[in-house]
Design a protein around this ligand. Structure first.
Ligand SMILES: [Zn+2]
Ligand SMILES: [Zn+2]
Length: 350
């Protein structure tokens, strides 16, 4: 039984079955007790330095950099993000599909490029985020505000509940994986090489970019990648509709999906976290799902898990906020005008 079984019963998020009825007690507007924040000055200084460097990188793009360096940075933002979305998020944190070694190695490489901690650390924290979403055990608890869920959680000491509840999360599948163990053990060297050395060296070597331009545009690349991932924790918990579960705070946000390769369909994702599409739709602003489909086509990804239309319909009817698109004729949200004015031909005669 899950350590937070009372919470899963409240939201029904992790015990979803076709016919299950859950008692909904979860109040997503409930206030949390006041909290004292202990600042981590080392992180505050580092993140300020990162953002100032990124601004200089932006200036360098317009002032003196080779256009290839800017395009290269843009490509690396998206490749790093793919390592986050297809890799550590959908493959390792949620186990929503399986992958063969070449794809896993490629995704570890991309996830290292993104520099957001090792796969083991990232996926462990993310499992805690889903199991204890929007409580003090959630590392980036959105109930503590937009800024806290975006970056504030990295600038303060973790709430003791994160450690206490985090201990109950099973991530032995990750710690027993030899590829992930290797990345975790040598993370600092791999990260410095992949996330800083290569993106700085290649523009200098390949098209003669200056060291300073290559360095600061890479800082901009890293900063953009981080902020895009953080938007999933912040904006996608605040601004949007809740067609699948109105009793939780995560929302459907197309802007975040656009930036984060399909990760903004967050009301769906928190309702059905084991769907490899992290959305009802695998094609709509969802390049990560398209990438996984392509990998499945060439045999690198397999056992892709998704939710049946029937199960989604039942859930939308039971807990949705009424903003879900019509699933077809007779949907509870279909207007009476649409029903009376619809053209129905070939009526039954007998
Ligand atoms: Zn979330
Ligand atoms: Zn997730």
């Amino acid at each position: 039984m899950a350590p937070n079984s009372s919470m899963t019963a409240e939201t029904g998020v992790l015990q979803e079955t076709d016919d299950q009825e859950v008692t909904i007690k979860h109040d997503c507007n409930a206030k949390l007790p006041p909290r004292e924040y202990k600042l981590v000055w080392r992180n505050i200084i580092l993140y300020i330095y990162l953002h100032v460097s990124a601004l200089y990188g932006l200036y360098a793009i317009f002032a003196s950099a080779n256009w290839r360096t800017a395009l290269f940075g843009l490509a690396l933002v998206n490749l790093g993000n793919l390592g986050i979305t297809a890799g550590v998020h959908r493959l390792w944190a949620h186990r929503s599909y399986k992958a063969k070694f070449p794809l896993r190695a490629f995704l570890v490489f991309l996830q290292t490029l993104a520099f957001q901690g090792s796969v083991i650390e990232w996926a462990r924290d993310h499992r805690v985020h889903h199991k204890y979403s929007e409580t003090d055990a959630d590392p980036h608890n959105a109930k503590r505000g937009l800024f806290y869920s975006h970056v504030g959680w990295l600038l303060t000491k973790k709430h003791p509940e994160v450690f206490a509840k985090g201990k109950g999360i099973d991530y032995s599948d990750l710690t027993e994986d030899s590829l992930l163990k290797f990345q975790h053990k040598h993370y600092v060297y791999l990260m410095v090489f992949t996330s800083f050395f290569l993106p700085t060296f290649l523009p200098c070597y390949l098209w003669g970019e200056t060291f300073l331009n290559a360095f600061f545009i890479n800082m901009l690349r890293y900063c953009c990648g981080l902020n895009i991932t953080w938007l999933v924790n912040s904006a996608a918990h605040f601004f949007g509709d809740k067609p699948y579960d109105r009793f939780i705070n995560p929302v459907e946000n197309k802007h975040v999906s656009f930036l984060a390769l399909g990760e903004g369909w967050h009301n769906y994702h928190h309702t059905f976290p084991w769907d490899y599409k992290t959305s009802e739709y695998g094609y709509r602003l969802n390049p990560t799902a398209i990438f996984i489909n392509c990998m499945a086509y060439i045999g690198q990804a397999y056992d892709l898990k998704s939710v049946s239309t029937e199960m989604i319909k039942k859930r939308v009817k039971r807990t949705g906020d009424g903003t879900h698109e019509l699933w077809g004729w007779g949907d509870k949200d279909q207007s009476s005008d649409e029903q009376t004015e619809a053209v129905i031909s070939h009526k039954r005669r007998d």
